[in-house]
Ligand binder design. Sequence first.
Ligand code: NAD
Length: 250
Amino acid sequence: MQARLQDRVAVITGAGSGIGLATARRFASEGAKVVAVDLNEDAGKAAADEVGGEFVAADVSDEAAVKALFDGVAERYGRLDIAFNNAGISPPDDDSILDTGVEAWERVLKVNSTSVYFCCKYAIPHMLAQGKGSIINTASFVALLGAATSQIAYTASKGAVLSMTRELGVQFARQGVRVNALCPGPIATPLLMELFAKDPERAQRRLVHVPMGRFGTPEEIAGAVAFLASDDASFITASTFLVDGGITGA
Ligand code: NAD
């Protein structure tokens, strides 16, 4: 059987670590040409080198950089098949609304939500031109729960990703561009571990709510992203795709 993503051109943001890195590996193993994007040049370059892809250093919250990224990929490869808009932050200082200042709020919204708006805005024209494309935006299970995450900006930023995704999925459904949101549950990556290092009890509290009784792995998310990116998901768009160990069902 041919690899599902054979020769597909795939942009992955936040490819230097965690979920993005695992997905870069998975996409490459399924035949994709990976463009690994990250703010962290060492990590992003290492990821690209490992999977035989290209590294592009970019801050996804910078509109000009994102436009240059997608236009550049379309020009160099002649196409753009997949955009996994995944880069995000979950700063340990993002807390209850009572302690969150407007600067912290705006920073998280900019990196987690405005970046997705930029990535979709500049990826979609290339996909429309070829009549096909798959976009996967990383949201989070926290956008679906009022589960006292105590991270007001992070939770709100992921809610924006979900609604943006639904709207875009519907808007472009008849033009061949699928847009889906991925909602990981708690996944053992540097992002989450940094948060738990600040507050170890929080990890225990979170674990109690996962029916499977464990955190997920980045590889378990990567498998779902590869599915959504592939033609196996050809009738799936505007969806909120949960890979969360059952946490939102409990
Ligand atoms: P991670 O910290 O391991 O990796 C994130 C990567 O994004 C890093 O390499 C970082 O350098 C890069 N990045 C951050 N800001 C950037 C920017 N402005 N421009 C370009 N690159 C940037 O995190 P992760 O856990 O793999 O998270 C990936 C995504 O999954 C995030 O959107 C996160 O919110 C989401 N998510 C994670 C979890 C979890 O439990 N880990 C759960 C739900 C959703």
